[in-house]
Design a protein around this ligand. Structure first.
Ligand SMILES: *[C@@H]1O[C@H](CO)[C@@H](O)[C@H](O)[C@H]1NC(C)=O
Ligand SMILES: *[C@@H]1O[C@H](CO)[C@@H](O)[C@H](O)[C@H]1NC(C)=O
Ligand SMILES: *[C@@H]1O[C@H](CO)[C@@H](O)[C@H](O)[C@H]1NC(C)=O
Ligand SMILES: *[C@@H]1O[C@H](CO)[C@@H](O)[C@H](O)[C@H]1NC(C)=O
Ligand SMILES: *[C@@H]1O[C@H](CO)[C@@H](O)[C@H](O)[C@H]1NC(C)=O
Ligand SMILES: [Fe+2]
Length: 559
């Protein structure tokens, strides 16, 4: 009996099960304010300016908090449609001896330079015009003809000790993290056979960087895992981008070769990488039209919940992919929180939603809706992203029994059921209790990365989404599911970044930093520093500039 209900439960989780249920449990918002000014274009501040410190910024903090995000949404009369289309601006809060300075610069991407010169949005042209290769299939032909944009507004990433600003195309821009100057454009395809790379690579303890990127050729469409070696300490120091030694360690064929999935990040533990092939499909034809006609970003992807979500498990040392197909009900995920191995199981925590259309909804028009009903309607219809835990049994073979929950560790309530040879159906554990729903779910998770990524951990920090943009900072204890919260009306925090105090012994010894903006008052931005343990404010540095709502940030210890 138990077996049957297990199987049933697994299958019943398909479709709208969670979406509807969660929506019913979520409080409906009313009287939400407009966020229009949080997506208004700003000027850059290239020379560092002082800030006014309130409270105390600990004097041991020495380095820069770097942030990225779209900050220019029109050129002349031309306007962008989607929030992600905006031109990337880099922000730097330099912290030393308890003092803070602020500077910012636009990324000099090709689009930024061209658009500025012409004072209008210049569409990408038929670019490189590579000679058509009759052996390549349609995708390869199409991608070799169209120049990909390089207006990277997504994240700061590090390869071989250098900082880059990355988007999800084949290009990255190397940057100087002190002056925020844009350096050379780097083309992944020159180093390794991939045509894209995510903005969320993983770093291992030895300094190697892992990322994933697509390739398409005669054999079809592949998701590739790429490893970039640690910096070569013996090599002469040059001021050049260097991805040499990068290699593809595993290629995963797309389940639907003509309909590859979009992905934004992937999961890494000490020995494994898990790639989640989710039912958000890249529409390559629409993508082409987008390039030609400048159709907005959101039209490029489609949410197709008729497909399952497939977890591909790969040993990152051998590059060998498991033959077992782990699957769960359709869901979408942008950011993973962490993953670790526990006695023959891989535990993976991710921010998930049940409506993959959500990303496309972030058009500037929607974000700029008026206060009140119009805004409420937009927000209340969005799905809430919530932290979920999936547990994958690592040792599944012919002997593994069918139709029973394989998760034998008693601290997990997620399930994994082998339904036929080489197939395991997963259901998740909710990594939160109902308190989180009051804060509107969460996104932008961060952990004490160097020490705990890929390992058992206890805390993560994130943004709560009680509005279309985050309006709280949250600290989650994954053991007890208890939350600590920082939330004040009208204040919109950015992704919180954890910085450990010197000689830290506990996971949360340190501070959490976030940039706080408000649509209520001009030039009222501040850098917030919270005690990571108690989530109590230590100090803030007020900076008299407007900063639009951003994406990701990092702390650079090197100044
Ligand atoms: C990048 O720039 C191009 C050309 O200006 C623009 O069409 C596109 O929307 C921008 N954003 C993205 C995410 O491609
Ligand atoms: C920090 O600010 C204080 C007060 O403005 C000033 O006296 C001190 O010299 C500053 N320190 C540095 C390193 O700039
Ligand atoms: C699982 O539970 C045991 C005891 O119930 C505990 O000692 C262990 O730390 C837990 N494991 C993780 C990874 O939370
Ligand atoms: C993480 O915590 C440890 C203490 O457990 C500390 O030594 C380390 O520096 C921290 N890592 C980061 C990235 O702050
Ligand atoms: C701060 O960091 C810089 C760059 O790593 C280093 O040169 C400097 O000595 C550090 N200062 C203190 C007071 O630790
Ligand atoms: Fe991201």
């Amino acid at each position: 009996r138990r077996m049957t209900s297990m199987k049933e439960k697994a299958y019943n989780e398909r479709g709208c099960y969670s979406f509807t249920k969660i929506k019913q449990r979520c409080p409906q918002a009313s009287g939400l304010e407009t966020l229009a000014t949080l997506v208004s274009s700003v000027e850059e501040t290239p020379d560092p300016i002082p800030t006014t410190v309130q409270g105390t910024i600990p004097t041991w903090i020495n380095g820069s908090f770097l942030r990225n995000g779209p900050a220019k949404f029109e050129f002349g009369e031309d306007r962008y449609v989607h929030w992600f289309d905006g031109m990337a601006m880099m922000h730097r809060f330099h912290i030393k001896d308890g003092n803070v300075t602020y500077s910012s610069r636009f990324l000099r991407s090709d689009s930024y330079v061209k658009n500025t010169e012409k004072n209008r949005i210049v569409m990408s042209e038929f670019g490189t015009l590579a000679l058509p290769d009759p052996c390549k299939n349609i995708f390869a032909r199409f991608f070799s003809r169209f120049q990909m944009p390089d207006n990277a507004s997504v994240n700061f990433v590090k390869y071989k000790g250098d900082y880059y600003v990355s988007t999800e195309t084949n290009y990255m821009r190397r940057i100087n993290p002190q002056s925020l100057e844009t350096k050379e454009k780097v083309d992944w395809t020159k180093f390794v056979a991939v045509n894209s790379a995510t903005a969320h690579p993983h770093y291992d303890q030895d300094g190697a960087t892992y990322n994933m990127g697509n390739s398409y050729g005669k054999q079809g469409f592949f998701y590739n895992i790429v490893r970039v070696p640690p910096p070569d300490e013996t090599a002469a120091k040059t001021d050049c981008a260097d991805l040499s030694g990068a290699e593809v360690i595993c290629s995963i064929p797309a389940a639907e070769p003509r309909k590859p999935s979009y992905y934004h990040s992937f999961v890494m533990s000490e020995n494994y990488i898990v790639f989640v092939e989710q039912p958000i499909k890249l529409d390559l034809l629409k993508f082409m039209l987008y390039r030609i006609q400048g159709k907005s970003f959101h039209k490029v992807m489609t949410w197709e919940p008729k497909y399952n979500t497939i977890f591909h498990l790969v040993n990152r040392h051998t590059g060998k992919a498991s033959e077992v197909r782990y699957q769960c009900a359709p869901m979408f995920t942008l950011h993973q929180i962490n993953a670790y191995e526990d006695n023959g199981f891989l535990v993976m925590d991710m921010c998930c939603g049940d409506d993959g259309n959500a990303v496309g909804e972030f058009t500037l028009e929607n974000i700029r809706r008026k206060s009140g009903e119009e805004m409420d309607k937009f927000y209340n219809d969005l799905c809430r992203n919530l932290p979920r835990r999936y547990v994958l049994p690592l040792n599944v073979d012919e002997q593994t029994p069918l139709d029973q929950n394989l998760i034998s560790l008693n601290n997990y309530t997620a399930t994994a059921v082998k339904t036929k040879p080489k197939e395991v159906v997963l259901t998740h554990e909710e990594l939160h209790d109902d308190t989180l729903l009051q804060y509107g779910g969460l996104e932008f998770p961060q952990i004490n990365y160097t020490q705990y990524n890929g390992r058992p951990y206890r805390y993560f920090y994130s943004c709560g989404f009680g509005h279309v943009f985050s309006d709280s900072l949250l600290k989650m204890d994954v053991h007890t599911k208890e939350l600590k919260v920082w939330r004040f009306p009208g204040l919109y925090p950015s992704e919180p970044v954890f910085v450990a105090s010197p000689g830290a012994t506990e996971e949360d010894d340190g501070v959490v930093m976030s940039v706080i903006i408000t649509p209520r008052k001009e030039k009222s931005t501040f850098l917030l520093v919270l005690d990571a343990k108690t989530f109590i404010e230590l100090g803030r540095a007020e900076v008299p500039v407007n900063i639009p709502y951003g994406t990701h940030g990092v702390f650079n210890e090197m100044g």
